[in-house]
Design a protein around this ligand. Structure first.
Ligand code: SAM
Length: 386
C-alpha cells in the first residue's frame, strides 16, 4: 500500500478529513481532524480520489481526545469520537454549510446546531448482528463481517442492559437461536422491546405526547432532542400569517410532527407508506386529546389525490430525499409554507435548490444534533411562497 505524510485541511461530508494531493486527486481520511499531520496508507484508490488509513499521528490536533469506546475505529457506527462534543458541532455545521453552498448553490445562513442533551447513551433503537454461538455485534465498515460487542456507548442504558441479559442469561440467549439480526428498542420509562417477539410494541412519551411504537418500524432515535426540534418547527410555522387551516405531514411516520402541531390547525393529515406506522398513528390522537388528525397509507407523491386544501406542508423524507415529481406537485399545489426536515444535508440541499427554482424562498437552515459522535445531522429549513 502506498504511504505518505499529509496535513488534513478540513472535515467534509461523510465525516472524513480531506486532503488535496493535486488538481486531479483528493484523499478522504476517516477519524482525522483539521491541521493534523498524519502518516497514511492509501486504499480504495480511484482515478480522482482515494481513502487514507492512519498509520501514525505525527502532529495531533489540540482537539483530539481518547475515545470512550474501545471499538471506535473498528466499528463504522461513529466517526467523531476522536474529538470533544463542541468540536463535533463545529465540524457538523461546516459540513452542512459546504453542502448548501456546493449543492443548493444558495446563500442561506446555517445556524449553530442545537446540541443533544446527552452526547452519549442517547439512541433508543439498536440493530445488531447475531452470529457464531449467539454473539451480538456490528459489521466492520463496508463489509458483512461481524465483530462482537458487549455494549455500545451511544445506546440508551436500557438497551445495554438488555444486551447484557442476552449475553449472560442462557434462557435469553436461547431466544437468539436461528436469528441473523436483533433489534432492541427502549422508551422513556426505560422499558425495552426486542425482535425476538414479533410485532411487539410499547408506548413512548416525548414532547408531552404518547406514541405507539413497534419494535422494527421508524421512530426518531434521539428522544431528548425531539421537543426542541418540534418547538422550532412550530415557531417557524406560526410566524406566517396565512397558515392554520390545513397541515399536510408527508412521510409522517407515527405522526410525531403533525400531532404536536395539530392544536394550531383546523385539520391535519399525515401520509405515510408503511401501514404499521399509519395504524399506530391513528391509534393515539384520542390519547393525546387530538380530534383533527388522521393518517393515510399512501405514497407521499400522491397527496393531490386526496383533494384537500393545505396551507402548510411538512416534508420529512428518508435519506434519499424527494423526487423531481414531488417538487413539481408541490409547486403546483403552492402551499404557503413548506417545512423540510432531513437527516441528509446533501439531498436536502439538492431538494431546496429545486424548490427555490419552483417559487420558494428559504431564509435560514437550523441543524439539530440528533446523532452525536456520528457524522449525521438533522437539518430544518422553512420555504415560503415568493
Ligand atoms: C425520516 S422518517 C420520518 C417519519 C416522521 N416524520 C417522524 O418524525 O417520525 C421517513 C418516513 O418516510 C416513510 N416513507 C418512505 N417512502 C415513502 C413514500 N414514498 N411515501 C410516504 N412515506 C414514505 C418511511 O416509512 C418513514 O416512516
Amino acid at each position: 500500500m502506498e504511504s505518505m505524510t499529509v496535513t488534513i485541511e478540513k472535515i467534509v461530508s461523510g465525516g472524513y478529513g480531506f486532503v488535496r494531493l493535486s488538481e486531479e486527486k483528493v484523499v478522504f481520511v476517516p477519524f482525522s481532524l483539521p491541521g493534523e499531520e498524519l502518516e497514511i496508507a492509501l486504499f480504495d484508490q480511484k482515478k480522482n480520489y482515494a481513502f487514507g488509513k492512519i498509520l501514525e499521528i505525527k502532529k495531533p490536533s489540540p482537539q483530539r481526545i481518547a475515545s470512550l469506546c474501545p471499538l471506535f475505529g473498528t466499528c463504522g457506527g461513529c466517526q467523531f469520537q476522536m474529538t470533544d462534543y463542541p468540536t463535533q458541532l463545529i465540524h457538523k455545521k461546516f459540513i452542512i454549510e459546504e453542502s448548501v453552498r456546493r449543492i443548493a448553490k444558495l446563500d442561506v445562513p446555517v445556524n449553530d446546531p442545537i446540541p443533544a442533551d446527552n452526547p452519549f447513551f442517547y439512541r433508543n433503537k439498536g440493530s445488531f448482528q447475531v452470529f457464531g454461538t449467539q454473539e451480538l455485534g456490528y459489521c466492520k465498515p463496508g463489509t458483512t463481517v461481524p465483530f462482537a460487542i458487549e455494549s455500545c456507548p451511544i445506546m440508551e442504558e436500557a438497551i445495554n442492559a438488555k444486551i447484557a441479559d442476552f449475553l449472560q442469561d442462557p434462557s435469553e440467549r436461547a431466544k437468539l437461536a436461528g436469528m441473523k439480526a436483533l433489534v432492541i428498542r427502549s422508551n422513556n420509562l426505560g422499558e425495552t422491546i426486542n425482535s425476538t417477539i414479533k410485532r411487539d410494541f410499547f408506548m413512548e412519551e416525548t414532547a408531552g405526547l404518547q406514541f405507539r411504537v413497534d419494535v422494527d418500524t421508524f421512530f426518531q432515535v434521539n428522544r431528548s432532542i425531539i421537543p426542541k426540534w418540534l418547538e422550532y418547527i412550530k415557531t417557524l410555522i406560526l410566524k406566517h400569517d396565512n397558515v392554520g387551516q390545513g397541515l399536510l405531514d408527508l412521510y409522517s411516520g407515527v405522526g410525531t410532527i403533525s400531532q404536536y402541531l395539530a392544536p394550531h390547525f383546523e385539520q391535519v393529515v399525515g401520509i405515510e407508506v408503511n401501514k404499521t406506522l399509519v395504524d399506530n398513528g391513528n391509534k393515539v390522537p384520542q390519547i393525546n386529546k387530538i380530534d383533527n388528525a388522521r393518517f393515510i397509507v399512501a405514497d407521499a407523491s400522491r397527496f393531490f389525490d386526496y383533494g384537500l386544501k393545505y396551507d402548510t406542508v411538512i416534508i420529512n423524507p428518508p435519506r434519499k430525499g424527494i423526487s423531481r415529481g414531488m417538487v413539481k406537485t408541490l409547486s403546483e399545489a403552492k402551499p404557503e409554507v413548506i417545512i423540510y426536515s432531513s437527516c441528509n444535508p446533501d439531498t436536502f440541499s439538492r431538494d431546496i435548490r429545486h424548490l427555490s427554482e419552483s417559487g420558494y424562498n428559504i431564509d435560514e437552515i437550523q441543524p439539530f444534533d440528533m446523532f452525536p459522535q456520528t457524522q449525521h445531522s438533522e437539518v430544518v429549513g422553512v420555504l415560503y411562497l415568493k
